[in-house]
Design a protein around this ligand. Sequence first.
Ligand code: HEM
Ligand code: MYR
Length: 419
Amino acid sequence: METSRPIPKEEGIDNSLSVLREGYLYVTNRAIGFQSDIFETRLLGERAICMRGEEAAKLFYDGEKFQRHGAAPKRVLKTLFGENGVQTLDGEEHRHRKAMFMSIMNRDGLLAMREITRKQWMLAVERFEELEQIVIYDEAKELLCRAACEWAGIPISGEEVKEKTEWLGAMIESAAAIGIKHRRGRMARSKAEQWLEGLVLDVREGRMHPANGTALSVFSKHRDLAGNRLDPKVAAVEILNILRPIVAVAVYVCFTALAVIQQPEEREKLMTSEEGKLQRFVQEVRRFYPFFPFVPARAIRDFTWKGYEFNKGVLTILDLYGTNHHPKLWDQPELFNPDRFKDWNGSPFSFIPQGGGDHDAGHRCAGEWITLEIMKESADVLANWIRYEVPLQDLSFRFHDMPSLPHSRIIIRNVKRLN
Ligand code: HEM
Ligand code: MYR
């Protein structure tokens, strides 16, 4: 029998405000204070266990021990994720729904995304050349909205792009917000769900014929384990689980631009546009900068791990940012160093910016590979295809903004296409 030991405990009736105040550093700060990669606290009115590191990630992604149903706060479902989507499913039902997502993440799908991203950047750069200055975050959201719709088989006219970009952006930007910003996110979600529900019905009733293999086609026709089509509202939630995160890659594009600007030696290495170098650069962007902070789950049953007792139903949080910066896993974690990926061992639990474990069997991000394709193409554009001036601005970002972004959203001037 394993002897049990107490989990270090943070005092306080509720520490949710500390999470808002400290953001991405909340778990790290306490892990240092307790000298422990696991501690307990109280969040959103209940007991919660917080963990970081490779071993903790291995435990968290054990589908026999943790479930997702009832774990994400309602307010996050109302804005970021949507209700009854893949993020909230468990067991066989999850596996079946996840297979629907993974079926479009094949070689052709990835190549298509890369090509669409390149084309959208070219069109955007033509516009940038006519303008005195542009804001990279705003432009990236818009060009990725066009790319997302094209990839997903969704028609979108020039006039619609701004509105749809605004909806998708609001869902991302309101994910951890309160008050008016939260309400903006909710409203954006309901408008976007209505729009996509309409398209799903158009496909089912033969008024629209999106290309085979696109998200609109596959998700509209998908059948659940009982052989039924998805409720159109759920199909809309799942199509949004494609469109929204593609637009969210704009945050990574913005951080990629920041790295290109602030790391001239690393930028030099990208000059040959070699795939391996682009890959290491964007991997380091995903490791280094804060984006998705942590993921929640609930214990399915009572169990003991390393002597720590987990009770059935206990809310458990895995710190993604803290794991990507864990000093036991990463040499000089606060140094931006793409070359560290030359000898990274590829563990599915140590480098987890988009979740850990297995893409098909677990909840690891369905869009991780296309994220990399979009980022590599964007890094190539920002480092090699265009030249531009970077005026004086506040490029700093804060760890308590969720999502965090450079304050200026990155302004560049006099953009010119090279050759
Ligand atoms: C899940 C991050 C882009 C689709 C997740 C999870 C994280 C994440 C942390 C949850 C992992 C977990 O629950 O254990 C990100 C980040 C992205 C990104 C930081 C960068 C913008 C994408 C893209 C797509 C996508 C481009 C699709 C085109 C999904 C889906 C899930 C998911 C469908 C749910 C998977 C499941 O519950 O089984 N993502 N993601 N994500 N992501 Fe992403
Ligand atoms: C997506 O759209 O699914 C991917 C990226 C969105 C990131 C938003 C991060 C900010 C706060 C998240 C709080 C999550 C708590 C469960």
